[in-house]
Design a protein around this ligand. Structure first.
Ligand code: AQP
Length: 332
């Protein structure tokens, strides 16, 4: 079976609908057809400053949500990045074959470092995409389910795999992006031309999986919509309504065409009210299952430890070959 790898940062208490629809939902689908490795990337989560206690709690919350939305430990491997040291070890090697200019071209670094005051941004934030490449390559993953915003980072992972192979001999699998077009970018409810984002959206722009659905419904009612009154799907001229239709369609399983036909002659208010209800029905069971996992942290930690153990078998094998090809001394 082809292998997939993907990761998510524990940088907030809850995932938002962009994380879920752009990435995590596909993780669940792929576990039936692929050899699936998924990771809560806590090493990435310290690149922009953090609170140690919150980090541990958010790591558990991320894992609980992932199990709650349908990751099944029998069908996929879920683990915490810092429990598998091979990620960092491979990242060092990859960092040594990455050009400084090449890393400087990453647009996410440019955006995020600006927010951190330019020069004061951490070196960890700068090398973030190299660690991400190591995450993927250490599992020899064939495909990586991510949202559109991660395309450039994935391109770097491919370049680094190819470069390593040409320098040291065929070792690393070159991964392909797995980006599902329909939900590749969920946008901010208050600024429908920007992506919904933990770090840059205002609270009113984000729908969180774990928030009170009444709050989500209120945010949807206040979502910025477009001029005109007709409900049509056109991301160019109607980004606000199109975003709401995308979310509605993905959560309800109804096609966009079906929704547009159903709302012909109705107003934005009707669509928003119904979408609030769709969100409520969708998140209810997820919130309940998440609570069940969080109520038993010892059991949750055990599931994650088992995941890490399984991940280390694969990661260790890749790292041993990499070390040997690079010319390091054999392990003592
Ligand atoms: N708005 C989005 N639409 C579609 N997919 C999205 N993803 C994130 N936002 C959207 C996808 O979610 C996955 C998790 O990525 P992450 O944990 O690295 O978070 P992120 O990309 O950093 O998510 P945020 O919310 O946007 O956080 P900040 O603000 O820190 O950048 C990835 O696969 C991503 O593509």
């Amino acid at each position: 079976r082809p292998r997939v790898f993907s990761g998510i940062q524990p940088t907030a208490d809850s995932f938002h609908l962009g994380n879920y629809l752009g990435a995590v939902r596909h993780w669940v689908a792929l576990q039936d057809t692929h050899d699936a490795y998924y990771c809560v990337v806590d090493l990435h989560a310290i690149t922009a400053g953090h609170d140690p206690k919150t980090l541990k709690q958010r790591t558990r919350m991320a894992a609980a949500q992932l199990f709650a939305v349908g990751l099944d430990p029998e069908h996929s491997t879920l683990f915490v990045q810092s429990q598998v040291p091979e990620h960092s070890q491979l990242a060092w090697v990859l960092g040594c074959i990455t050009g400084f200019g090449e890393a400087s071209r990453m647009t996410q670094f440019k955006d995020k470092s600006q927010k951190q005051g330019g020069e004061r941004a951490s070196v960890g934030l700068f090398t973030y995409p190299i660690l991400q490449a190591a995450d993927i390559l250490v599992y020899q993953a064939n495909a990586v389910p991510v949202g559109e915003d991660q395309r450039q980072h994935l391109e770097l992972s491919r370049d680094l795999a190819q470069r390593f192979n040409s320098l040291f001999g065929q070792t690393l699998t070159v991964p392909a992006p797995h980006i599902v077009k329909d939900t590749a970018k969920i946008t901010d409810l208050q600024d429908p031309t920007a992506k919904m984002s933990k770090s840059s959206s205002s609270p009113a722009g984000i729908i969180n999986l774990l928030e009170d659905p009444a709050r989500s419904a209120k945010k949807i009612r206040s979502a910025v919509t477009d001029t005109g009154r007709e409900i049509v799907f056109d991301t160019g001229t109607k980004p606000g309504i199109s975003n709401l239709l995308t979310i509605y369609s993905a959560l309800s399983g109804r096609s966009i065409d079906d929704l547009v036909a159903a709302y012909a002659g109705k107003g934005y208010g009707d669509l928003k009210k119904d979408l609030g209800e769709v969100v409520r029905e969708f998140v209810g069971p997820i919130q309940e299952r998440t609570r069940t996992y969080l109520d038993d942290p010892a059991q949750l930690d055990k599931l994650l430890a088992a995941g890490a153990e399984k991940a280390r078998v694969l990661a260790g094998a890749t790292l041993r070959t990499v070390y040997e090809r690079v010319g390091f001394f054999p392990p003592v």
